[in-house]
Design a protein around this ligand. Sequence first.
Ligand code: F6P
Length: 340
Amino acid sequence: MKVGVLTGGGDCPGLNAVIRAVARRSAERGHEVVGIREGWLGLVEAMFEPLGPREISGLLPRGGTILGTSRTNPYKLGTVDAVLRNFEGEGLGALVAVGGEDTLGVAARLHAEHGFPVVGVPKTIDNDLSATDYTFGFDTAVFICTEAIDRLHTTAESHNRVMVVEVMGRHTGWIAVMSGIAGGADVILIPEHPISVEEACDDIRRRHERGKDFSIVVVSEGYELEGMADESEVDQFGHVRLSERGVGARLAGEIGARTGYETRVTVLGHVQRGGSPTPRDRVLATRYGLKAADLVHEGRFGRMAALHGDAIVDVSLEEATRELKTVPEDWYEVAKAFFG
Ligand code: F6P
């Protein structure tokens, strides 16, 4: 059988490790593996390339995706027919779609409406896909943010400053909470459990009253500050570009004005997605890739590889994309124990 692989949505450390694992295991089973360029766009415009031993060599530590990616939504473009036609025209018998809620949402719909032979792999630094404990890429993003928070501590302390760190997470505060706990943040603001700016200022004041002259505040890009309007363009999945709203800078301005403490902002941005995956993400991505290849070989389509505890299992794509996985109250309580 000819098996296609595509990577869609924002890039994410570990994508190449998935591609390598799918290609290695499928080739062992006698399948031919073909790369599809730039997410769903590659099926809309018939952009294919071979994924043989030479192409997949040296991929494990490599960041980004050798296949390229895009936020193309064939449903929004009205090009589902082209996807189905080009898939058949290339002689493909199965597809492994590696992506987050958007990319896998398209996969789930194609499977439900057309019986499309697709298997999913959960990718996103945001860790907001339900039906899996962790997505790959998240561990790397948390590692990068934690290192940044550690570095900001020493400069914050030297200058007696409040440092606001804005981290990614389109709808959820997973990166903020995990890196904030790991880095010892003094306040963390996330969309799911929104404390007010005044409450954050109270925590900072309390800390300064007990003799600490600096504070680290982590804010998730999706946190809503009062009066903040979404004016940026939306992508084909209807998402605004959150990095352009500048929540970190606005929050730093508010904290500085309300507390009188000197405040600075650092926006970590796409640094969180770039570069080599952590060992944990390489291993998770590899296990997901092998599972996806197994599901394809067994003809079990409409499924997604998932992590439950320590086990790699499979769940339905429909279930995985039904709702987002938000940060539960008990995780936020762990973070809150160290506020102020
Ligand atoms: O979904 C992953 C993510 O990195 C979000 O955390 C962030 O809001 C978004 O992608 C950024 O998208 P872009 O790469 O289009 O700027």
